[in-house]
Design a protein around this ligand. Structure first.
Ligand SMILES: Cc1cc2nc3c(=O)[nH]c(=O)nc-3n(C[C@H](O)[C@H](O)[C@H](O)COP(=O)(O)OP(=O)(O)OC[C@H]3O[C@@H](n4cnc5c(N)ncnc54)[C@H](O)[C@@H]3O)c2cc1C
Length: 331
């Protein structure tokens, strides 16, 4: 059976991870998996590459909202993946939250916050991903475990068992369409689907004594990747779909780190930064979507700010839908 996966972001790779893991099941033995999407070095509409890629629980609890429940589950799914696979480009860090707004901190983290004068702090465990290294590692590791054909191409129309790319066309019996913001161009999912650009700043930066860390002020992150000598600030969120960087927002974030410690005024020099932009997809109630465009063409996305965790449970849901659809076909 020909299975086509469109895209090479978190959604696509998590689906391939689950497909190859389940290959031992009799019905999965005969899968021919083809993945079509631009390579990671090409920034073409890939949010996963242009992401600050931080994973932490952030005070999320179960039993409050369906999204909260899903985020909670996906956080632990992601930890399981990290424990089992020990991927490259990921580092566990101590994340320190700071705020001058006590009420907000209590609402998010409960009473286990600390206070020194008017500054409130909270510490939690977090994982930081360095996307170019992590995504390349993931693709290589999937190649080792399964017989997957990777095609560097951009697909436009997907219809009647064929996806039409610029270089070639690709036949499928079932298509997982995980083209991120690219889905909007080609598929019937225009309602309740917004592309939300996010910008962040990156500097070359090295500290003498070598540990990665994260500091967060009122939800805004400053991330230090020691192994890759990178300092990352952001990201911002645009209200509209305008792609131009919202520099005012980022400048404000810099000011709050300078307020905490003056040393950042020299280091966080906006003129020396590389500006990066990722296109997030936001669907109804910030929930991810799994929607059949046709009975063998499943659209997956809407991960918004949490693609590095949501991809895991959503990939499981996508595989379930695939199995159901195949079972219907056989009847
Ligand atoms: C600034 C910023 C900060 C973020 N921070 C975090 C964070 O801290 N933690 C977290 O969990 N998430 C974070 N996110 C969100 C996270 O990065 C996304 O949710 C996730 O990357 C989305 O994954 P995806 O696979 O759905 O989409 P994408 O990563 O966009 O993947 C889509 C894929 O499809 C390909 N594609 C597009 N069009 C076509 C086409 N026509 N044909 C073939 N291929 C195509 C693209 O090249 C890409 O490979 C952040 C995002 C941004 C922008």
């Amino acid at each position: 059976m020909k299975v086509l996966v469109l895209g090479r972001g978190m959604a696509a790779l998590a689906i391939i991870e689950k497909l190859t893991a389940k290959r031992s099941l009799p019905s999965f033995k005969a899968l021919e998996i083809t993945c079509v999407g631009p390579e990671f070095i090409s920034p073409f509409d890939s949010c996963a590459v242009n992401s600050t890629a931080l994973v932490a629980l952030m005070g999320v609890e179960q039993g409050i909202s369906p999204l909260g429940d899903l985020l909670y589950e996906s956080y632990f799914d992601c930890l399981n993946f990290l424990r089992k696979k020990n991927p490259m480009g990921v580092c566990q860090v101590n994340r320190k939250h700071f705020s001058w707004d006590k009420e907000k901190m209590v609402r998010r983290f409960g009473e286990s916050i600390s206070q020194v004068r008017d500054l409130i702090t909270f510490e939690e465990k977090a994982h930081i991903f360095y996307p170019p290294v992590f995504l390349s590692w993931w693709q290589e590791s999937l190649t080792r475990f399964g017989n997957i054909r990777w095609c560097s191409d951009i697909v436009s129309a997907v219809e009647n068992g064929i996806a039409y790319g610029l270089k070639d066309s690709y036949e499928y019996d079932f298509c997982f369409d995980a083209r991120g913001s690219g889905i909007k161009d080609h598929c019937e999912i225009k309602e309740n689907f917004k592309v939300v650009p996010g910008h962040f700043l990156e500097w070359d930066y090295k500290e003498e004594n070598g540990n990665s860390w994260v500091m967060t002020i009122d939800g805004h992150n400053l991330i230090y990747h020691h192994h890759f000598s990178k300092l990352i600030l952001g990201g911002s969120s645009e209200k509209t779909e305008v792609r131009a960087p919202c520099l005012e927002d980022l400048k404000e974030q810099i000011s709050s780190f300078v307020k905490l410690d003056k040393k950042w005024s020299k280091i966080l020099d906006i003129r020396k930064a590389t500006i990066k932009t990722g296109l997030r997809t936001k669907a109804s109630k910030r929930m991810p979507f799994l929607k059949f465009q046709k009975k063998n063409h499943l659209l997956i996305g809407g991960f918004y700010k949490n693609g590095y965790t949501l991809c895991f449970p959503v990939a499981d849901m996508a595989i379930t839908k695939f199995k159901e659809s195949m079972a219907e076909e056989r009847m």
